[in-house]
Design a protein around this ligand. Structure first.
Ligand code: OFO
Length: 175
């Protein structure tokens, strides 16, 4: 049985993960609006991963006899100054999520909840990958700068990203 304190903290994290889904979907919509279809595809897959993260907490709470309580999701931004700005903000957002996961890990260690600790270890490792992916994109976009042919090549490469094993929706790029 999951402790109330941990159930509450995990429900809060579901909200963080679904906000991440919302934020990346909003970024994908912005890319679609400026016809950068490869970047839009990449962000839709990122959004899909976030819903997968939310569902990992959802399943864990329910499997351990707890209750899922979904709260209101804040509205994300809808416009950005540049591609670089999108990825810099995403990297900062992932830093925030890493902080949330670390706080959750501290809590479950304090509460001696070994099952929750095992779940969170997956997220600790995942956050290393999340931050590395966005950091790589920030570096690449700095190199590309305002060089449109390079940007279009990068857009093509972004369109190659493969969805994870648990797709919640189709991105459209696979048709
Ligand atoms: Fe769920 O890792 Fe990104 O936000």
């Amino acid at each position: 049985m999951i402790k109330k304190k941990i159930e509450e903290a995990f429900n809060k994290q579901i909200n963080e993960e679904i906000f991440s889904f919302y934020l990346y979907l909003s970024m994908a919509a912005w890319f679609d609006s400026i016809n950068l279809k490869g970047f839009a595809h990449w962000m839709k897959i990122q959004a899909q991963e976030e819903m997968f993260h939310a569902m990992k907490f959802y399943n864990h709470i329910l499997e351990r006899g707890g209750n899922v309580g979904l709260a209101e999701i804040a509205g994300p931004k809808t416009k950005w100054e540049s591609l670089l700005n999108v990825y810099e903000e995403s990297l900062a957002h992932e830093g925030h999520i890493t902080g949330c996961i670390n706080d959750l890990m501290d809590l479950v260690i304090e509460e001696k909840d070994h099952a929750a600790r095992s779940l969170l270890q997956w997220f600790v490792d995942e956050q290393v990958e999340e931050e590395a992916n966005f950091s790589e994109m920030v570096d690449k976009l700095k190199m590309v700068g305002n060089h449109n042919p390079l940007l279009l090549m990068q857009d093509k490469e972004m369109g190659q990203r493969q969805p994870g094993p648990n797709p919640f929706f189709k991105t459209g790029a696979e048709q």
